[in-house]
Design a protein around this ligand. Structure first.
Ligand SMILES: [Fe+2]
Length: 330
């Protein structure tokens, strides 16, 4: 698989001070000082993970996908060009701006700008979080995940699955199509929502500690329309998360506890119970919205059926010496 992880995300927005406060005070990212209109944010040892351009409409600017080597980048570019996708090779100027060795760009069938790169630069100074958090779960799992609205799931599925080589993790068709794809052990690095629209739905960052998410939830509730989805747990990747409104009319999912897949053995399957085991009430939708009601009914059915996430996904519990002795003696 040529693409190994989600490397970075670029957002077009002119609301720079709003993004600055959002990314640091709520999400806990580190603002990187630099001249010009762009705002750059770190999440780990990479020089940047989130880029707010200071230009254009409030929407996605680009998604940066990492490949392992220059030859993998060559192979991906050839595969796309052979399939009739226009690929642009960028020189040192944009590569320097993205802090990578080499990069290409191209567009998916909905017109979203995608970049693929190799050789990310590592910062020489340690990551300093914008608020006290345990840190972001990145490394080989990448920055997190990105989820796009798509006009036509079937039309765009071919592009991501067959050209980019994303593996389908699972998919649901009710109350609307949802497809999840992995490129490493993270349950999904990319997903599409068949909402009939275009543009970014949300991106997700994963925290090392459940308390990071809980404290973020408290902070988000102090912000105007800070909560888009209440705290809840997804039924497929078992992520415990909430969704917050960004300054640019889409969401960030702030989560903990995502399932890690055995990619060698994984087989895609259709899900039927809905996207959340509990919670994730869509506060951003009107109370009488048909999808909001349908999703709530699906969660209530899961509750009546007693559906639980496997215990393996829960944080290790402290040992109880008495219970350990009982278990050992049995
Ligand atoms: Fe998500």
């Amino acid at each position: 698989m040529a693409i190994t992880s989600l490397g970075y995300i670029g957002i077009n927005s002119k609301k720079l001070s709003d993004w600055e406060g959002f990314a640091t005070d709520l999400l806990g990212m580190q603002k990187v000082d630099q001249g010009g209109a762009m705002r750059l944010f770190r999440m780990d040892d990479r020089k940047q993970r989130l880029i707010v351009t200071g230009e254009g409409e409030e929407d996605l600017a680009f998604i940066g996908w990492e490949v392992g080597s220059p030859s993998d980048l060559d192979a991906l570019a050839s595969k796309l060009e052979n399939a009739g996708v226009a690929v642009e090779w960028h020189g040192a100027s944009l590569a320097d701006q993205r802090h990578v060795a080499r990069l290409i760009s191209f567009h998916d069938p909905d017109g979203n700008r995608l970049e693929a790169f190799c050789g990310p630069e590592i910062a020489s100074d340690p990551f300093l979080s914008g608020r006290p958090i345990s840190g972001f779960k990145t490394g080989s799992l990448g920055m997190g995940h990105a989820v796009l609205h798509v006009a036509d799931v079937d039309g765009i599925l071919h592009f991501y699955r067959d050209l980019l080589g994303f593996e389908v993790t699972d998919y649901g068709l009710t109350p609307y199509p949802l497809y999840f794809f992995h490129v490493n052990g993270r349950h999904h690095s990319f997903a599409m929502v068949g909402s009939g629209r275009k543009g970014v739905h949300h991106f997700m960052v994963e925290l090392m500690s459940l308390d990071d998410v809980g404290q973020g939830y408290d902070i988000a509730q102090q912000r105007d329309e800070g909560i888009a989805y209440t705290l809840g747990r997804h039924s497929n990747d078992q992520m415990l998360s909430f969704y917050t409104n960004t300054p640019s009319n889409f969401f960030v999912e702030y989560g903990w506890g995502c399932m890690i897949l055995d990619t060698e053995k994984w087989k895609p399957y259709e899900t039927h119970g809905g996207p959340s085991t509990w919670g994730h009430e869509r506060l951003y939708l009107p109370e009488d919205d048909a999808n909001r009601i349908k999703l709530r009914e699906m969660r209530h059915k899961l509750a009546r059926d007693g559906v639980r996430a496997p215990d393996s996904q829960l944080a290790p519990q402290p040992n109880c010496p008495w219970l350990d002795t009982v278990v050992r003696n049995e």
